[in-house]
Design a protein around this ligand. Structure first.
Ligand code: C5P
Length: 404
């Protein structure tokens, strides 16, 4: 069965990122999708219908009041035709109108008239993105089932740097064409509470230096986003990363292992599932220096380190415990070390990956996992982290259900 949607209605709203939507049409078509484009009136100030007609190979609609277009495929037919509605860029104004349920132009009317799932790729200035009104409108849309893709952090067309940059077209295309959530996994996990750690921890040496590691947080964030899509209530305890919180996910920002432990300990009693993806520093300086450490004449410096608490092992040792999933990132003998961790930390399941190889593991878009549990194992083949997250959550749902 091919469960990848083929017919995509792409709505483009008015923002400078509209120029990237032209490339998005190509990325969607490369993946086998048929794309029909609707431009809002403001989008037409940035891009032309002709561009999108040439790239999509389909007529482009810009108005509800175009009698010739309505005579060929009326807006209700177009709404029925779509298997998914993707809006990229989604401006603050469009998000507000959708949250209000307005039908004051063709695109908003189509969004009300369709039963297809809605995907939004927001793009706006960082201050607008952080505005409580925008966030509240998005929460409303997410609660109604919309999926929010991005935005990224980084340089913006307005010259500022921060969250609000539209995701790259290839990433939007991959997410918008991703298979629908696994119904068997959703049946087990929807409504349950997931507590998740992600990212690195950093341990301060002095006010300007720290011990850290190369974890990007992307695997954990992908799991958080996919779990949210499955209907879980997700709390993400995250070390410092360059990723915005996935929509609909509560993020608790921490810095050190001790802060991460405190955030987890305070929340674990309500969790049904705990997944530790964070690359927690094993050691921290015995004492962070109050002042910047100075160079000395002899050139050397000995740091005294003490061991950090093992957050995962502590959760697994609780009497009333959630289903506990750990990660093992190793450079060699992956499976042996992972099995040892599964038993020693008394985990329900462990996901092991090899790091240090180009293209997978830390700081990479793709990953591959060997998943182990007492008495069983399964490989998750190399794929983008969203796909790996989906397969892992399906497997966790199966194991959770099989648990006595
Ligand atoms: O023992 P190791 O650090 O390799 O174990 C990795 C797993 O344990 C990961 O799931 C990681 O998030 C978790 N961990 C933790 N607290 C630590 C060290 C690791 O939760 N202090």
């Amino acid at each position: 069965m091919n469960d990848t949607p083929q017919r995509i209605l792409l709505g483009v709203s008015g923002g400078i990122a509209a120029y990237k939507a032209a490339d998005l049409v190509r990325r969607l078509r490369e993946r086998g999708a048929q794309v029909r484009v609707v431009l809002t009136e403001n989008a037409e100030r940035f891009v032309t219908a002709l561009t999108f007609q040439a790239l999509s190979g389909e007529p482009v609609r810009t108005s509800l009041w175009d009698s010739a277009a309505e005579a060929s495929m009326g807006h209700i037919e177009l709404a029925r035709w779509a298997q998914r509605v993707l809006i990229a860029p989604a401006s603050a104004d469009l998000i507000a109108r959708l949250a209000q349920g307005q039908a004051d132009d063709l695109l908003t009317t189509l969004c009300l008239a369709t039963e297809a799932p809605l995907f939004l790729a927001p793009a706006m200035n960082r201050v607008m993105w952080e505005h409580a009104a925008v966030q509240a409108n998005l929460d409303t849309l997410v609660a109604r089932g919309a999926t929010v893709l991005g935005p990224d952090e980084g340089g913006q067309a307005c010259g500022e740097t921060g969250a609000g940059r539209m995701w790259e077209p290839a990433a939007i295309a991959a997410a918008a064409l991703a298979p629908a959530p696994d119904p068997a996994a959703a049946a087990v996990l929807a409504g349950r509470n997931l507590l998740l750690t992600a990212g690195p921890t950093v341990e301060d040496l002095d006010p300007v230096r720290y011990l850290g590691n190369r974890s990007s947080g992307r695997m954990g964030y992908a799991i958080a986003a996919e779990a949210q899509r499955l209907g879980m209530r997700v709390t993400l305890v995250s070390g410092p990363v360059n990723l915005p919180a996935p929509a609909g996910v509560e993020r608790i920002a921490v810095r050190s292992a001790e802060q991460m432990r405190e955030a987890v300990t305070g929340r674990v009693s309500g969790a049904d599932l705990f997944i530790a993806t964070a690359a927690v520093a094993d050691f921290r300086p015995r004492q962070a220096s109050r002042d910047k450490i100075k160079k000395r004449g002899d050139g050397g410096l000995v740091l005294e380190l003490v061991q950090n608490p093992d957050i995962l092992a502590e959760v697994a040792a609780r009497q009333e415990r959630p289903f506990v999933v750990g990660f093992a990132a190793e450079t060699c003998d992956v499976e042996r070390y992972a099995l040892d961790k599964l038993e020693r930390k008394r985990l329900d399941l462990i996901a092991a990956n090899r790091v240090g190889e180009e293209g997978t593991g830390f700081d990479a878009d793709a990953n591959a996992l060997t998943v182990l549990w007492p008495g069983g194992r399964q490989e998750i083949g190399r794929a983008d982290k969203a796909q790996v997250a989906r397969e892992l959550l399906s497997l966790i749902a199966q194991r959770l259900q099989a648990r006595p």
